[in-house]
Write a protein that binds this ligand. Structure first.
Ligand SMILES: *Cc1c(COP(=O)(O)O)cnc(C)c1O
Length: 394
């Protein structure tokens, strides 16, 4: 059964951690439940959304994309226009306020490609908190611009050389550092994954996306969309774009996962599409496995989508039949990246390009009615991806 108070969502979610860490997070969950209903916290959050993140983000009618596709009117929710260029800022302002309310002096986070590290370093600077970002040594070499961004923002970027020197290893080391220093520090997770209360908390802070879409599309079109489409790595921008629509059964919610080199290869990230229940990073969800039943490595050219698990909330919504699933390959995403750039003068993040690419696939007559309205969540801007696209992916 779903019980948001202990963070279970159907068969998924929960907390699967050593006792001392589970206790620390249990306290965090209690404090968050108290905090989130106070007027002061909600007012501070609203002020940061508006004055720092730059919300509300535009809901933009993509006229040339609509003409090109020849069916439903396509709107883009412009999360790429937020401060720091993606939806991740919504989450870090919320968790930053939680950390401040708990009188913590330091934020700890881990990062793969560096996007979440930059977002965390940003809010740490704004709130005058110390910031330790754990990053695989190999990732640091591959993502120099983001390492320099974090340093410019005043964060300590700590190289992790254990294991493969990538995100998985950085998670373990960062959690260890947090366990040692939990009196003074706050662990800031970047997506709607991990043990309770993170999936709930991150969903709550991203939900503003769908609340805005609802009001904006009503204003622009006088009705609600037939579908909302978003890419899913951990699932935070998708849950952000979906949550306010979940009770509206006639709004289709499409979660687009990375099919990488192909859904029938072992190089993809289709956790919802092909995963099975398992425990990963302290929570239960649908997870990719190899032939031996071990948790498999995921793959996507879009580093933000490259995760073998998925939010337990999306796993539950899939089991309930409330969301539809999409699967988009690297190649389809790159084609959509170029198409949207040419058609609209908007360079989407490679992650967001997966959601755009879904529209170019054949879905029968689903999105062909010009009276229908479809909203795609443009989770971030693609400046970070142009070099990789032209040097490696074309
Ligand atoms: C990090 C990121 C994602 C993937 O994260 P979710 O939690 O699945 O939203 C998607 N798009 C962009 C632009 C990102 O930076």
């Amino acid at each position: 059964m779903t019980n948001e108070l202990n963070g279970t969502f159907g068969d998924f979610g929960g907390t699967y951690l050593p006792e001392f860490l589970a206790e620390i997070l249990g306290e965090l969950a209690e404090k968050y439940d108290e905090l989130k209903v106070t007027e002061e916290f909600q007012n501070d959050l609203k002020a940061l959304y508006k004055d720092y993140a730059g919300r509300p983000s535009l809901l933009y009618y993509a006229e040339r994309l609509t003409k090109e596709l020849g069916g439903a009117k396509i709107y883009l929710k412009r999360e790429d226009l937020n401060h720091t260029g993606a939806h991740k800022i919504n989450n870090v302002v919320g968790q930053g306020l939680v950390a401040r309310a708990l009188n913590k002096s330091k934020l700890i986070a881990e990062t793969g490609a560096g996007q979440h590290g930059v977002a965390t370093a940003t809010i740490a600077a704004y709130l005058n908190l110390d910031c330790d970002i754990y990053m695989g040594a190999r990732d640091m070499g591959a993502q120099k611009p983001n390492v320099y961004r974090m340093k410019a923002l005043g964060a300590n970027v700590i190289p992790v050389t254990a294991g493969q020197g990538t995100l998985k290893d950085a998670v373990d080391i960062a959690l260890g550092a947090y366990a040692q220093d939990h009196e003074d520090s706050y662990y800031l997770l970047g997506s709607a994954v991990g043990p309770h209360p993170y999936p709930t908390m991150v969903r709550d802070f991203q939900q503003i996306i769908s609340e805005e879409i609802k009001a904006q599309i009503q204003e622009l079109e006088g009705k609600q969309p037939t579908a909302v489409i978003a890419c899913a790595g951990g699932g935070s921008n998708a849950l952000g774009a979906f949550t306010a629509f979940i009770p509206d059964e006639n709004v289709e919610l499409v979660s687009v996962e990375p099919a990488g080199k192909g859904a029938n290869t072992d190089r993809h990230g289709l956790a919802l599409g092909k995963g099975a229940p398992d425990v990963i990073h302290g929570f239960k969800t649908l997870v990719l496995h190899d032939e031996d039943g071990e948790i498999a490595e995921s793959y996507s050219a879009a580093s933000g989508l490259d995760y073998p698990g998925i939010s337990p909330i999306l796993s539950m919504l899939k089991e309930k039949g409330r969301i539809s699933l999409g699967a988009v390959t690297d190649k389809e995403a790159v084609d959509a990246f170029i198409a949207l750039s040419h058609l609209e003068g908007i360079i989407p993040a490679l992650e967001s390009s997966h959601a755009i690419a879904y529209l170019f696939q054949d879905h029968g007559d689903k999105y062909t009615n010009p009276d229908d309205v479809v909203v795609v969540n443009l989770s971030g801007r693609g400046d970070k991806d142009v070099e990789n696209v032209f040097e490696n992916l074309m």
